[in-house]
Design a protein around this ligand. Structure first.
Ligand code: COA
Length: 131
């Protein structure tokens, strides 16, 4: 069974394996955990049988006008079961009625995010792959 939690209490690096699929440089699990700890909001999807985290979403928010959703990922074996949709729905509900909620995604994912009322836009970015 998949359970959802906003708590990082008791979450260890070992429960965070398999993420960042396809990344050129996969962040270490310790970095992943720190990212979650430092986020304004985190929602985890856990497999209650294995205890492993199988999906996550995080957000950075000023709690007044703006939030950014940097990451949403569901492990390949758990995709297409509605987990990503549930994580997104829960995060948008959590963030509430802010002026702007932004994220970046590839064009093929725009229909997925469109289901949550998000609109296409253009943007700018910097990416630095730290050693
Ligand atoms: C995008 C992602 C989070 C969706 O999670 P999920 O649990 O599979 O989502 P759901 O089961 O709720 O919805 C699945 C639907 O999302 C859409 N979708 C998912 N990935 C897609 C992709 N790469 N391109 C186009 N549509 C996609 C499809 O409509 C899919 O339906 P299908 O399973 O019938 O094909 C997951 O595929 C993932 O982790 N991908 C790799 C990381 C990633 O791209 N994250 C988003 C960064 S912006």
């Amino acid at each position: 069974m998949i359970v959802y939690t906003e708590s990082l209490s008791g979450i260890t690096e070992d429960q965070l394996s398999g993420f960042f699929v396809g990344w050129v440089k996969v962040p270490p699990r310790a970095v992943h955990l720190k990212v979650l700890e430092n986020s304004s909001h985190v929602i985890l999807a856990k497999d209650s049988e294995t205890g492993q985290v199988v999906g996550f979403i995080n957000a950075l928010s000023d709690a007044v006008m703006t939030a950014y959703i940097p990451m949403l990922e569901v492990l390949p074996d758990y995709q297409s079961q509605g987990i990503g949709t549930e994580l997104m729905k829960r995060m948008l509900a959590k963030l509430g009625n802010l002026y702007m909620i932004d994220l970046l995604c590839d064009a093929d994912l725009q229909p997925f995010y469109g289901r949550f009322g998000m609109q296409k836009t253009t943007g700018m970015m910097i990416r630095t792959m730290h050693e």
